[in-house]
Design a protein around this ligand. Structure first.
Ligand code: ATP
Ligand code: MG
Length: 569
């Protein structure tokens, strides 16, 4: 391909709207252009990369027996009402009201289950893995960071259908290994974390993450043993508070003006560990008092999952006073005004004694509280957010807490959707059962953007041979002046093309400096630089984009050198 004929509008300056390197470089290298917030057009070079990512995904999905579908983006709203997801998705779902009510699909569990219901009748029809690479629509509230969070984006979504839970385990494991291959072939540095199944309501779930300061997810990671978990489920090896040495009788004491744990620590010299912080939430319309250790942060996702809640919110201070009988700051588990308040506590407080907590009497606290002896708390859950430096739950090495971008997610759905949509099969005994399902997603554009986040320098992108729009950039210098350069470039272009090596020939009548800058910005793995001076000695220059290394080789060795490099790139 000749660059003079290629539409690739490169930009020298960093566009104002782009805050992160991948977004800046995708704009500067002419891979994408914005149309509206979170909506992007792919230009020819960007599309070539996207198609390469899709092909890697397709090959690995086919290798585990996946069958490719293409489901419509335009869906009848009624199917989504059958599973209650019109409500659950809320504003994220795009609605169309014309002659009939339609929605733009943000994912496809409903539609897959609809087709399974039509055609899967017996355990003999199972297992199945159906997938597609298709456009999704989500009205993301804060579309930013370029294609990392689009309102229209491409997802590979796959769905497994099995007749037994062992079958589901097998389908899930196949996807996990396919995903590892996909990210490895794409050249991403990634890690896999245990995740919360959240609203999907399944039993197991893992996310594939790439570390990035711009990631919207937070994960706890152990460098030593490989433990990694989304902060929504991460635990640490931190020890339970336990009893104190001075395990006396519970005693009320005056604490005027005390509103926070830090007040208790600073004004009364109480050990942070011995403070039981009380937080009140309204969970599915009922008040719940939650006891946490000292200044530990309550994780709302853990709370939601622990209580299998559908709606949670922190109580207003008026509600806190109403249920506890005291002002905020003096609330605790002993003598609550409203005996119907459910009290739960974090696991670290199991068996705790010698604790200090609000007395439900404004300006007073209790000390020497023994949770078992003095309160009605019987329910303990892991509710706290893990902090950096805490010991790994598996090997005790201090944990790192990092930001990360989710590039894929695999779920064991179970029978949530098959039950809701009545997709059943008959087992060997002739009994009817809902199909057991899994759901598996990959963000195609996120792979592209995350690759760029991990592989760039101040000059531009550093593509791998697997994802590069072209593998070789052929730069002809001083083309107008030198017939020798012109002819040599034409010959190299044709020979590489005949070898099925993708080459972009910069045949533009531009200064060498401009060609070098554009080549580094576009970032193909190998640059072949043909100039009159080297050529007059029978030589050609090569530049390896990732290492920045340059070398001059005899022209007759060129094809062999290029082939060898690309085989290992
Ligand atoms: P996030 O928490 O980042 O919003 P999600 O949990 O909503 O992601 P899934 O519903 O599991 O994502 O979708 C599967 C995959 O699709 C994600 O792992 C991600 O790679 C990609 N993806 C999700 N939302 C977007 C988006 N708005 N733009 C681009 N890719 C996305
Ligand atoms: Mg989302």
């Amino acid at each position: 391909m000749r660059q003079s004929q290629l539409f690739t509008p490169t930009l020298k300056e960093i566009p104002n709207e782009a805050q992160i390197p991948s977004h800046q470089l995708m704009l500067r290298a002419g891979l994408i252009r914005p149309l509206a917030a979170g909506i992007y057009s792919f230009l020819p070079l960007g599309l070539r990369v996207k198609q390469k990512v899709e092909q890697i995904i397709r090959e690995e999905m086919n290798a585990i027996g996946g069958q490719e579908f293409l489901l419509p983006a335009l869906n009848p709203k009624s199917i989504w009402e059958e599973t209650g997801r019109v409500e659950a998705m809320g504003d994220v779902m795009f609605h169309i009201k014309n002659r009939e009510e339609l929605v733009l699909a943000p994912t496809h569990e409903e539609i897959i289950t609809f087709h399974a219901r039509q055609h899967i009748k017996s355990y003999r029809d199972l297992p199945q893995i159906w997938y597609q690479i298709q456009t999704k629509f989500r009205n993301e509230p804060r579309p930013k960071s370029g294609v990392l969070r689009g309102r229209q984006f491409t997802m590979k979504d796959a769905y497994s259908m099995d007749s037994t839970t062992e079958g589901l385990d097998e389908s899930y494991d196949k996807h996990e290994s396919a995903y590892r291959k996909i990210y490895t072939r794409s050249g991403l540095n990634f890690f896999v974390v245990g995740a919360s199944s959240g609203a999907m309501g399944g039993s197991a779930s893992q996310e594939f993450m790439t570390e990035s300061p711009f990631g919207e997810d937070t994960c706890a990671v152990c460098e030593n043993c490989g433990y990694a978990a989304n902060i929504e489920v991460a635990t640490s090896g931190i020890k339970a508070v336990g009893k104190s040495d001075t395990n006396g009788e519970m005693e009320k004491f005056e604490t005027p003006g005390t509103r926070t744990i830090d007040d208790l620590i600073n004004k009364f010299g109480i050990d942070e560990e011995r403070c039981a912080k009380s937080v009140m939430y309204i969970i599915d319309s009922k008040p719940v008092l939650i006891l946490m250790r000292g200044n530990d942060e309550l994780n709302e996702e853990k709370l939601t999952n622990a209580l299998k809640a559908t709606s949670i919110r922190p109580a207003e201070s008026s509600e806190l006073s109403q249920y506890s009988g005291a002002e905020p700051g003096s609330v605790g588990p002993v003598n609550l005004a409203d005996k119907n308040v459910r009290i739960i506590a974090d696991d670290l407080l199991k068996g705790a004694g010698g604790m200090v907590s609000g007395a439900n009497h404004t300006g007073f606290h209790f000390k020497n509280i023994d949770l078992q002896r003095d309160t009605d708390v019987t329910e303990f859950f892991d509710l706290r957010t893990v902090l950096a430096g805490e010991p790994c739950p598996k090997c005790s090495t201090p944990l790192r807490v990092v930001n990360a971008i989710e590039v894929g997610h695999i779920f064991k759905l179970g029978t949530k959707y098959s039950k809701a949509l009545n997709a059943t099969f008959l087992n060997a005994e002739g009994e009817e059962h809902p199909i057991i399902m899994g759901s598996y997603g990959i963000g195609v554009e996120r792979i592209m953007a995350c690759f760029i986040e991990q592989n760039h320098d101040e000059k531009g992108i550093q593509w791998s041979a697997a994802l590069a729009p072209f593998q070789v950039h052929l730069l002809g210098l001083g083309l107008k002046k030198s017939e020798n350069v012109r002819n040599t470039c034409e010959k190299i272009h044709d020979e590489l093309t005949a070898l099925k090596i993708e080459v972009l020939y910069d045949d533009r009548d531009e200064m060498p400096g401009m060609k070098f800058n554009d080549a580094d910005l576009l970032g193909f793995p190998l640059q072949i630089i043909v100039g009159d001076k080297n050529l007059s000695n029978g030589n050609i220059e090569l530049k390896f984009r990732k290492s920045g290394e340059r070398t001059i080789i005899p022209a007759e060795n060129l094809l062999k050198t290029v082939q060898e490099f690309l085989q290992n790139a």
